[in-house]
Unconditional design. Structure first.
Length: 388
């Protein structure tokens, strides 16, 4: 069952030798720069800021972005290969923190001016600035269209008041792409502003304490009379909601990849443990109940990964994949939660100990069913696509 995700015949239709070269490069980065320290970073609740620069130097941050902005263009499977290898560090929080740029800068890449891209994209891809996305509000959750953070126009500035919560990289971010209300109620009154660290009236909380994803700093953000230049608005006024929706497919697909890898790692740990652990005079793999549990885990991971890849191929081809992406996210995140739970069960009491990676994996898996739209929201998306 165990695999290190080298190119296998099963997935040659998705991954070429070029993808494998990226995979090897990221694998080496993880081996040298991450694995020796990841347990300490998890306990500390953060990883060093220097890691962004190191990741940029080996090309991790720029994958999939235009070359003229400092990136390395490529299809969606380059990003998937890199994410899978980063996840081999065993920390979803690390991957979420390093990857917060992927939810913060795409609207600027697609709709920003040349000046905005030079200020807010190129330095991020170089690892010199940390970018975050600020959408979720304390009273709103997944209800993006009804956000309450306001931005009132005053000459060449917007005056922003309100708050955001659960913001990945919120504590250390140098810039936050923030969804604000500039117009009427509902989706058609939302704009996107880039608000920079140090702007008077803008403050971030200390890191929020979470069940999982410990290595990712997560914050509340506060805006109190925060004056933001109109020049920092991305796209047209009141068109921000559509810019947000535009990136949801990629964000949710990325989360499915992370969920699948969490499940894969838990499966591998469970298999190794079951081979070595003895009970009643024979290894755990000698018991049918254990063998069947491992078979079920492996089947779920394989099916989920294949559907995620197939959905990614659909997205990459430019076809509408709204329904399939929501299905892939829901399925992968459900599999991740079940497989990590079963892995802990195979480990028994040791699975509940922080010295064993399956304990972290089970904690990390839960947020995937909430992040980037809860499972319930995904079902609403799927139902809307099916029944329209």
């Amino acid at each position: 069952m165990t695999t290190d995700f080298k190119m296998r015949a099963d997935y040659q239709e998705y991954f070429s030798p070029a993808h494998e070269r990226v995979r090897r490069s990221v694998r080496e980065f993880v081996r040298k720069a991450v694995l020796p320290h990841i347990d300490d970073w998890e306990e500390a609740g953060a990883f060093p800021r220097e890691l962004y620069r190191q990741a940029a130097e080996v090309g991790v941050l720029g994958i999939g972005y235009p070359e003229q902005l400092g990136g390395t263009p490529g299809d969606i499977f380059f990003k998937i290969a890199a994410t899978e290898e980063l996840m081999r560090a065993g920390s979803g929080g690390l991957v979420a923190g390093l990857g917060s740029l992927d939810i913060a800068i795409p609207p600027i890449v697609r709709h920003g001016t040349a000046d905005q891209q030079a200020r807010f994209v190129t330095p991020v891809l170089a690892g010199e600035r940390v970018a975050a996305l600020g959408i979720t509000e304390p009273g709103g959750g997944s209800d993006v269209a009804n956000l309450r953070t306001t931005a009132a126009r005053e000459g060449d500035h917007y005056v922003v008041n309100g708050s955001k919560t659960f913001i990945t990289s919120g504590c250390r971010a140098d810039q936050v792409t923030v969804a604000v209300r500039t117009g009427e109620a509902g989706a058609r009154g939302i704009s996107l502003l880039v608000i920079e660290k140090g702007t008077p009236g803008f403050a971030a909380s200390t890191p929020l304490k979470k069940t999982g994803w410990w290595a990712s700093d997560t914050a509340e953000l506060f805006f109190d009379g925060c004056r933001v230049p109109v020049a920092n608005r991305i796209g047209a006024e009141n068109e921000g909601f559509f810019l947000i929706m535009e990136n949801f497919a990629a964000e949710r697909l990325a989360l499915a990849v992370m969920a699948n890898m969490t499940a894969q790692l838990a499966l591998e740990e469970a298999e190794r443990y079951a081979r070595s652990r003895e009970a009643f005079g024979k290894p755990l793999t000698g018991f049918q109940v254990t063998r069947h549990k491992l078979v079920e885990m492996a089947t779920q991971v394989e099916v989920s990964r294949e559907f995620t890849y197939r959905t990614a191929a659909r997205v990459d081809s430019g076809r509408d994949a709204t329904r399939q992406v929501a299905m892939a996210k829901n399925f992968a995140c459900g599999v991740s939660n079940r497989v990590t739970y079963d892995a802990v069960q195979i480990f028994g009491g040791y699975g509940y100990m922080r010295d064993y990676p399956v304990e972290r994996m089970m904690r990390d898996a839960k947020i995937t069913e909430i992040y980037e739209g809860t499972s319930e929201v995904q079902r609403m998306v799927i139902a809307g696509a099916l029944l329209k």
